[in-house]
Write a protein that binds this ligand. Structure first.
Ligand SMILES: [Zn+2]
Length: 302
């Protein structure tokens, strides 16, 4: 083999390796697609489907993994019948895991109806108590039905099977607010991870909670998508927090013309500056995300 043929051979080998490497690089990136249309577009066969349900002013997020149905928060009392019918319309009879981010009415308001209409196999909450009647009813139902109850804190991982994990990032002791813990700021914050895809669930965590998580491990916050903290309030979504999460899109679960004026214009401005696409349940209806662990699509109900 003369020197020219040797070089040609080397160039060919290098070119083939480069092409293979580039192809691998391209396919490992996260791609996205946004659609709008019917809420019925839930891909039953997809490995992971997430729905930010339109429950008005409140949070209720449905996660459907291959073998598990997980509900994060239950919306407020006025939306409880709507929540039940949304779940039933998908053929759901059992909720494998119910996670309550914190015991405010707009997160536990639908719990009694959920306990009544579905078999709930396991509850996760922060362990923080409220003096409200709604919270007392919630506890009474759990005791009456003997539902296993786990208090979660930062560092725990909830396994949803098939490589889908819920990594808990907050709260942790000592609770924010000391002897009178602030319920919002001690919300359960959990990162739903499926291979290269992730969604950060924040409950109503506000800037104090964001600061604590940033100090502890800012890199752990990085997520493909974000459920906006505290319904897009100006007390959440600090610039430093958004910088760490760097989501491609954010979901704001919020009621039309709500009394709290959520989301706040300053929060929307920050999202715009950071080029984060915003989806809102008041204008877009229920938002559905389907992912195969690499790519994802977001579908708006309207
Ligand atoms: Zn709330």
């Amino acid at each position: 083999m003369n020197i020219i043929r040797k070089w040609s051979w080397l160039v060919l080998v290098v070119t083939v390796f480069s092409l293979v490497f580039m192809a691998a690089g391209c396919s490992s990136g996260t791609s996205k697609g946004v659609q709008s249309g019917s809420n019925a577009l839930v891909a039953a066969s997809a490995p992971l489907t997430i729905q930010v349900l339109d429950v008005g002013q409140g949070d209720a997020i449905l996660i459907r993994a291959k073998d598990q149905v997980v509900l994060v928060d239950t919306g407020d009392v006025p939306a409880r019948d709507k929540l039940v019918s949304m779940l039933k319309s998908q053929g759901i009879t059992t909720i494998d895991k119910l996670l309550i981010t914190h015991p405010h009415a707009d997160h536990i308001g639908g719990a009694a109806a959920v306990f009544q209409q579905f078999t709930v196999k396991q509850i996760y909450d922060s362990g923080l108590k409220s003096t409200s009647n709604l919270y007392k009813q919630y506890l009474t139902q759990i005791q009456k039905k003997s539902i296993p109850f786990t208090v979660v804190s930062a560092g725990m991982t909830i396994d949803l099977g098939n490589e889908i994990l819920l990594k808990v990032l907050a709260p942790e002791a000592p609770f924010i607010g000391g002897s009178e813990p602030d319920l919002n700021n001690n919300s359960i914050v959990a990162k739903l991870v499926y291979r290269n895809f992730s969604l950060l669930l924040t409950g109503d965590a506000e800037s104090e909670a964001e600061e604590r998580m940033l100090k502890k491990d800012a890199s752990a916050l990085k997520s493909t998508l974000l459920k906006s903290g505290h319904h897009g309030s100006r007390t959440s979504s600090s610039m430093a927090f958004l910088q760490a999460v760097t989501p491609e899109a954010a979901f704001i679960s919020v009621g039309a013309n709500n009394d709290y004026h959520h989301p706040h214009p300053s929060t929307l401005k920050k999202y715009k500056e950071k080029k984060i696409d915003v989806y809102r349940t008041d204008t877009d209806g229920t938002l559905t995300v389907v992912s195969d662990g690499k790519a994802y699509t977001i579908t708006k109900e309207r």
